[in-house]
Design a protein around this ligand. Structure first.
Ligand code: COA
Length: 160
């Protein structure tokens, strides 16, 4: 059985939390599509191409991973790619309501798409891309929070 899962997100930028989740997901599926969602209402720090390149770098260009981007509905993208699983992380109770609604909506839109929630490493549960961006903008220490290549990209982006 060829189990294909999608791990969707903004990944602006990818953090050690995302890497941790990708590693955990790879223990359960044959192929993982790490998919950058193109959201016209968000103004990202990094372009889609930069985020895809960073994701490939931080995961060592793992051959089990496909790095993709998508417009529109996740349910449609999953159908297009024959993916049957959506992987999402639950960092804290505060993530639950939003994630639960999204999982229900995705099930309504695509009846055989299952959402699987993974729990990240405990020391990464507070992490988010916007916290990383804020810390980077003001020269904060990002050791342990992002891959060195992401830290370098943030430093360049903020002119440090
Ligand atoms: N470690 C660290 N940070 C994490 C994390 C983890 N394991 N999991 C989530 N986060 C952070 C992200 O960095 C991001 O941080 P920020 O808001 O501070 O930048 C935040 O949590 C939101 O996570 P993200 O995974 O990027 O989700 P999102 O809310 O931006 O996007 C999509 C979620 C892309 C999956 C969803 O919007 C989507 O599917 N869009 C397509 C349209 C659609 O089909 N919608 C659903 C049905 S209508």
């Amino acid at each position: 059985m060829n189990r294909i899962a999608i791990y969707p997100g903004s990944f602006d930028p990818p953090t050690r939390g995302h890497e941790d989740l990708i590693r955990r997901a790879l223990t359960m599926v044959d192929r993982l599509i790490v998919a950058v969602a193109i959201n016209p209402s968000k103004e990202p720090l990094f372009t889609v191409e930069q985020r895809l390149a960073m994701l490939a770098e931080v995961t060592d260009h793992d051959p089990r991973i496909e790095y993709a981007s998508f417009h529109g509905l996740l349910a449609d993208f999953a159908r297009e790619r024959d993916a049957t699983i959506v992987v999402r992380g639950l960092r804290a109770v505060s993530d639950f309501e939003y994630e639960f609604q999204m999982a229900m909506m995705n099930r309504k839109l695509h009846g055989s798409l299952e959402t699987v929630f993974l729990v990240p490493a405990v020391d990464l549960t507070y992490l988010s891309s916007s916290l990383v961006r804020t810390a980077a903008r003001f020269g904060g220490n990002l050791d342990g929070l992002v891959h060195p290549s992401v830290a370098a990209a943030l430093a360049t982006r903020y002119g440090r």
